[in-house]
Design a protein around this ligand. Structure first.
Ligand SMILES: Cc1cc2nc3c(=O)[nH]c(=O)nc-3n(C[C@H](O)[C@H](O)[C@H](O)COP(=O)(O)OP(=O)(O)OC[C@H]3O[C@@H](n4cnc5c(N)ncnc54)[C@H](O)[C@@H]3O)c2cc1C
Length: 401
């Protein structure tokens, strides 16, 4: 991106902030490609909130900075370049904006300041064992009992539920209506009696998502967002915010830097991998795709900020951004070579300098976690609506096929 003098000054400010304020242990954890603990995330949220930068894309009325699109993109880039962790999109990019648009005054007053100050972590209770792409098939039920709903059912693939304070949840409140018309959007305190969270360990060795069970969970009616049985438009608008964020331009740049670092520190037949033709060709192709993604993302965010309702075409960003991350992770594994196959479970969770992993602090070769991160990236083309479904949306609603 071309920096104006003002933007260059802003970039320098963000760069300095990350250098000075990001705790050393967080930087080392992110740099080594490991998963952060909940305490590390919360510590970083608190630091960003003190600076007023936890939700800089929100309007000032709700604790944001009202930054321009260019500022947001510079911020994301510098955060990724400085080894800061990716922020929780579900909390800061989904439920926050949804409450601004659909929440009532009381919900906004209670939740938005809590999120903006880093005190609240949310998770998303949409998917169920029998309802993923076909979300309207969900069967978790909420029946009204006086001034409460009573929720029964289960959710699956709920990212971060083991750490979350609250969950926003789709539940069926009218079984007689058309599937989409009988769903309500509820805000539920994760400490409510009757909620059980069971972590799922993925092929990568990490527990990024969970099963969440609801057994007679009582939820005040005041926690209903929008109208009863009319949660579907609220749910869909949130997916629109999600897809915009899921272009993951900054995260793609983070992978590009890792690919370059891995290939620079490795040799193949006596030649640095970064100088091998196969690597250079793949790197250049991915870099070009990243430039195109960034141009498209800028365009969409500008339209959104100008007040336009983004249509189905926004699916393109999710499709491109998620696939590109996978290709970067594959390139990193190929650049590392056979060593990347050595999965060291201890290296996934222990801190930097872990003797078993054989890695020095901040080692950018990322050997011990490369395969895990590659498997983790497989989920990006499924989460938030699978690639096949995104292709269908683009074919039908944008191309009119
Ligand atoms: C990393 C990760 C994090 C996630 N986090 C959350 C979360 O926090 N909260 C949450 O609620 N959910 C979450 N999910 C779940 C995610 O939203 C669902 O996995 C997704 O909607 C797909 O649903 P499914 O897994 O039931 O697969 P299915 O819908 O059963 O799909 C199976 C396969 O069939 C294909 N398919 C389905 N329908 C069609 C169609 N009409 N045309 C062509 N192909 C089709 C799909 O593309 C896929 O390949 C997460 C998933 C992942 C991978």
């Amino acid at each position: 991106m071309f920096d104006t003098p003002e933007l260059a000054a802003f970039r320098a400010q963000v760069k300095q902030f990350v250098q000075q304020q990001l705790p050393t242990d967080l930087r080392a954890t992110v740099r080594a490609g490991r998963q952060l603990s909940a305490a590390q995330y919360r510590a970083w949220h608190a630091i960003l909130a003190t600076q007023g930068w936890l939700v800089p894309h929100w309007p000032p009325r709700w604790g944001g900075q009202g930054w321009s699109v260019a500022q947001q993109m510079v911020f994301d880039e510098e955060m990724a370049a400085g080894d800061a962790p990716e922020l929780n999109a579900i909390t800061f990019n989904m439920i926050g904006p949804v409450l601004m648009r659909f929440g009532d005054a009381a919900q906004q007053e209670v939740f938005l300041p809590a999120i903006a100050s880093g005190q609240q972590w949310w998770c998303q209770g949409y998917s169920e064992p029998g309802a993923g792409s076909d979300l309207a098939a969900l069967t978790t039920k909420a029946r009204q009992d006086g001034d409460h709903y009573v929720v029964n059912g289960s959710k699956i693939w709920t990212s971060g539920a083991q750490h979350a304070d609250w969950i926003f949840c789709l539940a069926r409140t009218d079984s007689s209506a058309r599937p989409q018309d009988g769903i309500s959007f509820l805000l539920i305190d994760m400490k409510s009696p009757g909620i059980t969270v069971r972590p799922i360990v993925g092929i990568h060795g990490w527990s990024v998502f969970n099963e969440v069970f609801f057994d007679e969970v009582r939820v005040p009616v005041s926690m209903l967002v929008g109208q009863a049985h009319r949660g579907w438009p609220v749910a869909k608008s949130l997916l629109e915010f999600e897809r915009l964020k899921l272009a993951r331009v900054g995260e793609n740049k983070r992978r590009m830097a890792r690919a370059c670092a891995a290939a620079t520190s490795r040799h193949e037949a006596g030649v640095r991998v970064v100088d091998r033709p196969w690597f250079r060709r793949r790197y250049a192709e991915l870099q070009t795709r990243l430039m195109a993604l960034e141009a498209n993302a800028t365009h969409f965010v500008e339209r959104g900020q100008a007040g336009e309702t983004l249509g189905a075409e926004v699916s393109m960003l999710k499709l491109r951004g998620s696939r590109l991350i996978q290709l970067w992770e594959e390139l990193i594994v190929d650049a590392i070579g056979l060593d990347a196959l050595l999965l060291d479970p201890a290296a996934l969770t222990l801190g930097p300098g872990n003797a078993q992993s054989g890695m020095a602090d901040g080692d950018l070769t990322l050997t011990a976690t490369a395969s895990s991160r590659r498997f983790l990236a497989r989920g990006y083309t499924i989460a938030g609506g699978s690639s096949e479904v995104q292709h269908n949306i683009l074919a039908k609603q944008v191309l009119g096929l």
